[in-house]
Design a protein. Structure first.
Length: 195
């Protein structure tokens, strides 16, 4: 890439970061217009994250809504040590995990095997009829732990340490879950290709 283009990209990223900081400060001060602009910037990526982690459209939509509500409520306390998008991303991961716990509790599942089976089986009421792509279906069918790690590390590029911290697990467990997810995905996709 020519050096001029690279410098232009850096300048554009710096402008976008400055604009986002301005919006965060305004939203933290109570500006709903600034928060709406932040929402519009981040909702597509946040929705994709929630959809991949939950595997269900309606659940993902609920999680995105809850994440933005929590962000609005907690924005005055937001410390700019991390980017707003990173902070919002962590809120969304926590919302997805809380939702999964509530779902297990509402189903009265105490045994870990039953829990794994309930989280893997698709809920027909919430299934997305548009998820026709084999890879998305295979990701959605992964056990929750493997799916969460695959989404955070494999798709969103977080380190094992970052993903482990978000999920409340050890980094070694994160690595094992990623290996498990990849093996399960590979087996599922190969079985779909077989005649």
């Amino acid at each position: 890439m020519p050096q001029g283009e690279e410098g232009g990209d850096e300048l554009q990223r710096a402008r976008e970061a400055a604009e986002e900081r301005r919006l965060v400060v305004a939203a933290a001060g109570g500006s709903s217009t600034a928060f709406e602009a932040l929402y519009r910037r981040h909702v597509p990526r946040l929705y994709a994250l929630c959809l991949r982690m939950t595997g269900h459209v309606a659940t993902a939509e609920d999680c995105v809504q809850d994440a933005f509500i929590q962000a609005w409520r907690n924005l005055p306390g937001f410390e700019t040590r991390s980017a707003f998008g990173t902070w919002l991303h962590r809120i969304a991961v926590n919302v997805v995990l809380q939702q999964a716990r509530r779902r297990r509790e509402s189903l009265g599942l105490d045994d870990s095997v039953e829990r794994e089976v309930a989280d893997v089986l698709p809920d027909a009421r919430n299934a997305d009829p548009g998820l026709g792509r084999d890879l998305e279906n295979a990701i959605a069918a992964l056990p929750p732990g493997a799916r969460h790690v695959l989404v955070l590390v494999g798709l969103y590029g977080h380190t094992h340490e970052e993903a482990a911290q978000m999920l409340g697990i050890a980094a070694g467990t994160c690595k094992a879950q990623l290996h498990r997810a990849r093996a399960l995905l590979s087996a599922r996709l190969e079985s779909q290709e077989a005649p």
